[in-house]
Design a protein around this ligand. Structure first.
Ligand SMILES: C[S@@+](CC[C@H](N)C(=O)[O-])C[C@H]1O[C@@H](n2cnc3c(N)ncnc32)[C@H](O)[C@@H]1O
Length: 248
């Protein structure tokens, strides 16, 4: 069984199989479409992966700039979203580094990607997180919106951040950086218990495989957090801004 980061380098199909089963009731898609106005907007998405979140909004967007560390995921994303090739620009880009786009974005979104990066940089989270958010903010218009989608637990019966690193990440988002948390049920549905154990085990590991198999369910509970911050014209957040000369 490959490591999670190895999956992003070589196993986009298996990753896709997992996310196709996720949120079978479409709660996250409905929430995002009801809460955010994507119509005609310029979107920047980090850690875009195979385009699972992108598919929720791209029909409405004007243009989408998508970034990921792994070309392998971007190749799959390009295929998955080939109907939208005219408005999708994909490039490699790291969460740890400033990415650049040729026009200011209205919305920045990421799903289940910053959590990885913050966990890797947990020892310096207090300085790393503001720098990360500052880079995000520099991509946006002054009235832009930031949407961070992260896990609140898989195969659990109530929402809870699964690691100490994520507890700290979410707490800082809410207490220091002005994000509002929304909790969404994103349960998986598989064709059978064996399929659930195979697909979940491939991504989450042996412990998950045994737990799913012994639980005997083909529906696996999951909670997802959506953290939203709407910037306002006066919001400088104490950071330098890149001048995009947008006359908002
Ligand atoms: C769990 S997947 C999420 C993909 C997609 N957002 C989705 O919702 O399915 C995490 C993604 O983040 C990417 N990633 C991980 N670390 C990264 C980093 N430091 N910089 C950029 N992308 C990263 C991975 O390659 C992978 O595509």
């Amino acid at each position: 069984m490959p490591e999670m980061m190895e999956i992003y380098k070589k196993h986009a199909s298996e990753y896709d199989e997992l996310v196709r089963a996720e949120d079978y009731r479409g709660h996250l898609r409905s929430f995002l479409r009801q809460t955010i106005d994507w119509n005609g907007k310029i979107i920047c998405e980090a850690g875009i992966g195979t385009g699972r979140v992108t598919r929720f909004y791209i029909d409405l967007a004007r243009r989408v700039y998508g970034f990921d560390r792994e070309l392998h995921m971007l190749d799959r994303c390009r295929r998955n979203l080939s109907d939208y090739r005219d408005k999708l620009v994909l490039e490699t880009g790291l969460n740890e580094k400033q990415i650049s786009i040729p026009e200011p974005a209205d919305i920045f979104v990421e799903g289940w990607s910053f959590g990885h990066t913050i966990s890797e940089r947990h020892h310096e989270i207090v300085s790393f997180l503001p720098a990360l958010l500052n880079r995000v903010q520099s991509l946006l218009r002054r009235t832009g919106t930031i949407i961070l989608i992260e896990t609140l637990g898989t195969n659990v019966s109530y929402p809870v951040p699964p690691t100490k690193e994520l507890v700290d990440f979410y707490r800082l988002l809410e207490e220091r950086h002005g994000f509002q948390r929304h909790v969404i049920e994103t349960d998986y549905r598989f064709g059978s218990r064996d399929e659930a154990a195979r697909v979940m085990g491939f991504f989450f590991g042996d412990e998950m495989r045994y737990s799913v198999k012994s639980g005997g369910q083909s529906i696996i509970l999951e909670y997802t957090g959506v953290w939203i911050k709407r910037l306002s014209k006066g919001d400088k957040n104490g950071h330098q801004r890149v001048d995009h000369s947008d006359a908002v």
